[in-house]
Design a protein around this ligand. Sequence first.
Ligand SMILES: O=C([O-])CC(=O)C(=O)O
Ligand SMILES: [Mg+2]
Length: 220
Amino acid sequence: MTARNISRFWEWGRKIICVGRNYADHAKELKNAIPSEPVLFLKPPSAYVTEGFPILVPLYTNNLHHEVELGVVIGKAGTSIPQSDAMDHVAGYALCLDMTARDIQDECKSKGLPWTLAKAFNTSCPVSEFIPKERIRDPGNVRLWLKVNDQLRQSGCTAHMIFSIPYLISYISEVISLEEGDLILTGTPKGVSAVQEHDELQAGIEDVVSMRFKVARKDH
Ligand SMILES: O=C([O-])CC(=O)C(=O)O
Ligand SMILES: [Mg+2]
């Protein structure tokens, strides 16, 4: 058996831990309160999709949104990681989309139900190629952007995260042990909007990476 390569972390079957409402401008656009503690939810590894494959719109939504986010790939396992050691547990990054069935999420919110159907469906986590840690010197200060059919929809800077990457690693690992190959999605800045079948999404991290995905309707 060949050694597993972290640059294909999405094939490892590890956890995807997502942080919600980590940018005040996005919390505001959806009329949510600014959180005093991180809001967490999970996606299963079956949510991964890589370039060359389409993002599939679930049959039960009429309002699928894009959310561009910086993903942090864990390279060293840990529990109760202190903030001061947190960056030693990072192998690298990936640009990610947290695809969200907004109509279903709104329904879940109003009924007090979990967001699984809104956030965790197949292809709900498109990812870029793996970005080795050295290629982003300051992950707390990079610009993320997303275009739909060449129109800029999201442009935000990770400097505006409410909770920093070291804080998130420490906070999450207190509750959920982190393992090599896990991915943390750090939340989206403002500008989320609906996508339709045949749309093309392009997203990037300035000077570091860009990626492209088509949207397709799931077959019955
Ligand atoms: O659905 C939401 O608004 C929460 C979320 O994932 C984010 O803020 O990135
Ligand atoms: Mg999100």
